[in-house]
Design a protein around this ligand. Structure first.
Ligand SMILES: NC(=O)c1ccc[n+]([C@@H]2O[C@H](COP(=O)([O-])OP(=O)(O)OC[C@H]3O[C@@H](n4cnc5c(N)ncnc54)[C@H](OP(=O)(O)O)[C@@H]3O)[C@@H](O)[C@H]2O)c1
Length: 297
């Protein structure tokens, strides 16, 4: 197995690199900028702009991966809402380019997708449920998925996930668990919504699932998230309880007061039956992962 990773500077990309190094899996890490992950040795890294087909061709032809795990994306939901053309170019058109080039070298192509493909009216989504996005970002992932789902070639997989958290090097943005630990420890004021429900996902569990799909030569759609559904404010309250910090400075608010450009699905969450059965996926609880994170911070 030779894995090419896109978006290796991102949170998930860094965890896939970490797991490949640990397991001795041959890999090439690629991302838009310079290598910002100091745990990824420079000989395993090349800059690759996924919107540039010549760049993709050169790197695919020289490395010749057996598997591509495509994590790179514009992931800021509000930025995508305000910049729909750029979102289309990076999340949809680049996926199309990567898929075309992957087929030329007979490589398995895995797209990492999101719970935001759903409208969030019911929750507990199965792989077979029909998408109905409520944002430009969500729709871009629906469109990227459709490129694979509608293809005659079935050598692809889609790994969908939900709010990913964990530590990594030089991330361009924080995540809810790291931010909460930091703010609660400092006693800083926090405003947290109580009307959106998610299954937060430890990045290392997700990375394990993405690689396991390749390892087991699985095809099709897989849901990979944390094991528990909770309101966003509950994430913060559980962290506070576990690390024994006060929530006096935590203010509960409704998402409607935020006036965010992009709509969010109120209740997502995945049914994990298929991933547990077919991959042996067994994600850790929030509290188990906080213990690990505290040692890493
Ligand atoms: N994080 C979440 O809560 C979450 C939830 C659901 C689904 N997902 C999906 O999971 C995947 C990974 O998420 P993440 O949080 O790890 O993302 P992330 O930390 O935002 O990283 C995304 C990476 O994509 C790279 N990238 C952006 N434009 C690129 C381009 N034109 N060419 C090459 N690389 C480019 C960036 O590279 P540089 O840093 O080098 O610029 C960045 O490191 C994404 O597909 C996302 O949609 C994430």
């Amino acid at each position: 197995m030779k894995i090419l990773i896109t978006g290796s500077n991102g949170l998930l990309g860094q965890k896939i690199v970490k797991l490949c190094l640990k397991r001795g899996v041959s890999f090439l890490a690629t991302s838009a900028g310079e290598n910002r992950n100091q745990d990824c040795p420079s000989q395993f890294y090349q800059s690759m702009n996924i919107t540039d087909v010549d760049n993709i061709q050169t790197i695919f032809q020289s490395f010749r991966p057996t598997h591509i795990i495509h994590t790179a994306a514009l992931t800021n939901v509000d930025y995508c809402e305000l910049n729909p053309e750029e979102c289309q170019e990076v999340n949809v058109l680049a996926t199309q380019k990567l898929w075309v080039e992957a087929q030329k070298i007979n490589a398995h192509f895995q797209l990492v997708s999101t719970d935001f493909i759903f409208d969030g009216l019911t929750g507990n989504y199965k792989e077979t449920d029909q998408p109905s996005a409520v944002s430009i970002y969500g729709q871009s992932k629906v469109d990227a998925e459709s490129i694979l789902i509608q293809s005659d070639n079935t050598n692809w997989s889609i790994a969908r996930t939900i709010i990913v958290y964990g530590t990594a090097n030089n991330l361009s943005r924080t995540n809810i668990v790291l931010w909460s630990i930091d703010a609660l420890t400092k006693g800083a004021p926090m405003k947290i919504i109580n009307d959106q429900f998610r299954m937060p996902t430890w990045a290392e569990d997700l990375a394990w699932g993405c690689i396991e799909i390749c390892n087991r030569d699985k095809k099709g759609i897989f849901h990979l998230c944390g094991p528990e559904l909770m309101a966003v404010n509950e994430i913060v309250f559980r962290i506070a309880k576990h690390i024994n910090k006060s929530t006096d400075n935590v203010e509960i608010i409704s998402s409607t007061t935020l006036n965010q450009p992009a709509k969010r699905p109120p209740r997502t969450g995945f049914d994990l039956t298929k991933s547990k059965l077919e991959l042996g996926y067994n994600p850790k609880s929030l509290e188990e992962t906080i213990e690990i994170l505290l040692k890493e911070i």
